[in-house]
Design a protein around this ligand. Structure first.
Ligand code: HEC
Length: 96
């Protein structure tokens, strides 16, 4: 039983985390940096998102979320974002 108890507890914690009221743009942005690189400057095949125009960021993220823009991974990431979070991220990265 011990073997499954821990993963279940972890899953519950993660679900509770994602159900929490609107995490700040800064908190979400920390996840973006993992792929988009230090200072969001991009790395390897991953585009730069620092100083990214806010309107284009909203257009890209909503496009990925709707499956209208070709993506290897961003479609799945965008699906976890609300409209409010997309707006907040757009404002955040535009000012980086
Ligand atoms: C798992 C790695 C990963 C994470 C995490 C990630 N991205 Fe991306 N991002 C990519 C890749 C790869 C692309 C290129 C499109 C594709 O293949 O999905 C991309 C493309 C983009 C683009 C389009 C850039 C352009 O001009 O084409 C934007 C905007 C973007 N990401 C924003 C974000 C934001 C905001 C977050 C955090 C919520 C984020 N990304 C998190 C990997 C990631």
């Amino acid at each position: 039983m011990k073997g499954i108890t821990i993963p279940v507890a972890l899953a519950v914690t993660l679900m509770a985390g994602s159900a929490m009221a609107a995490p700040t743009a800064e908190a979400i942005a920390r996840n973006c940096v993992v792929c988009h690189g230090p200072k969001e400057a991009g790395q390897l095949e991953i585009p730069k998102i620092a100083n990214y125009p806010a309107r284009k960021m909203v257009e890209m993220l909503t496009g990925f979320r709707a499956g209208q823009k070709e993506a290897t991974i961003m479609d799945r990431i965008a699906k976890s974002l609300t409209d409010e979070q997309i707006q907040a991220l757009a404002a955040h990265f535009a000012s980086q």
